[in-house]
Ligand binder design. Sequence first.
Ligand SMILES: Nc1ncnc2c1ncn2[C@@H]1O[C@H](COP(=O)(O)OP(=O)(O)OP(=O)(O)O)[C@@H](O)[C@H]1O
Length: 364
Amino acid sequence: MARIEFRNLGHAYGANPTNPQDFALQPMNMVWEDGGAYALLGPSGCGKSTLLNIISGLLVPSHGQVLFDGKDMTQVPTRGRNIAQVFQFPVLYDTMSVYDNLAFPLRNRKVPEKEVHQRVHEVAEILGMTHELKVRAAGMSADAKQKISLGRGLVRKDVAAILFDEPLTVIDPHLKWQLRRQLKQIHQQLKLTLIYVTHDQVEALTFADEVVVMTNGKIVQKGTPDALFERPDHTFVGYFIGSPGMNFYPVSLNGEAGAVHIGQHRLAVDPATVAALKGANGKVSLGIRPEFVQLAAPGSPGALEADIWQVQQLGTCQLVTGTVAGHPLKAKLDSAVHVQAGRHWLRLARPETIFFCNDERIAG
Ligand SMILES: Nc1ncnc2c1ncn2[C@@H]1O[C@H](COP(=O)(O)OP(=O)(O)OP(=O)(O)O)[C@@H](O)[C@H]1O
């Protein structure tokens, strides 16, 4: 396994890029640690496949370098990189048995048969396919075939990294959960460098030690699932992670040491935070996750009036929908407190509140 490093790495598909919009991947520095389990998460078109193809060598970046264990691999083609890749759809030999499919990447590298036998059995055991080793792949379901593809990706011990490009797309939802758990287990056992591309936050958050969030060709945060939830570095992370995503309110300062304004409404905020916001040069916004909004007594310090027009019981909590100062609000409130549609006071300035300037976190 390898430590993979990007040095000022970026990619523009067209020649002569002149501005940031020309780049499918904005130039960046980044390290994927040896043995780390990463998820690469972002919406369609944000540049995930471009990034993966640069690591695997299918694409030579237009800018910068990619290094494996300190060695420059930028111009090295795929076959010289020792990368295993698992794609969205099964890649295997239909006419071969499950055993021969799993053995193929090892035999291709002239691994002795005794070792092949041992390794194929190890991987089959992890995937729960021990009893199907003699079965021909041709007659198997799409789920089973994709499991074989995963196995083919996992069977070699000597790869620099294993790249998964939305590998569970064709898998039945129940089995998906099971396979994700198995992948995590495999990572814990074998300490492989895994990069798992997905646009599904549940998949990313349950699989990875660290999640790399991308939007518009840019990595906006690399962090643990907890960090992405509690301290999003960018409004996109606040909005994309969580269900529903973070609430945002435009904020203005009016020279008061202990308050900011959301529209015409004064919001008491601790003076240290206001001081941090004073240096901001740009559009300032307050972000709070639905989970952290609290009901407050009417007129209490730090509270704002909200119009709530829908209350949905979710079992463990109630999801309320409405507006604050004319901006949308979603809050997950304790089910024990009975809330009805109407006017309520809510606390938005809390320890979990984050302030952003031009979409980047500056306080909280
Ligand atoms: N061969 C290409 N030539 C020109 N532009 C491309 C090419 N491949 C991708 N792009 C563009 O680069 C950007 C990033 O695409 P990429 O496929 O890397 O995104 P993605 O996050 O993997 O999307 P998806 O989840 O839909 O696969 C997009 O704007 C896409 O249109």
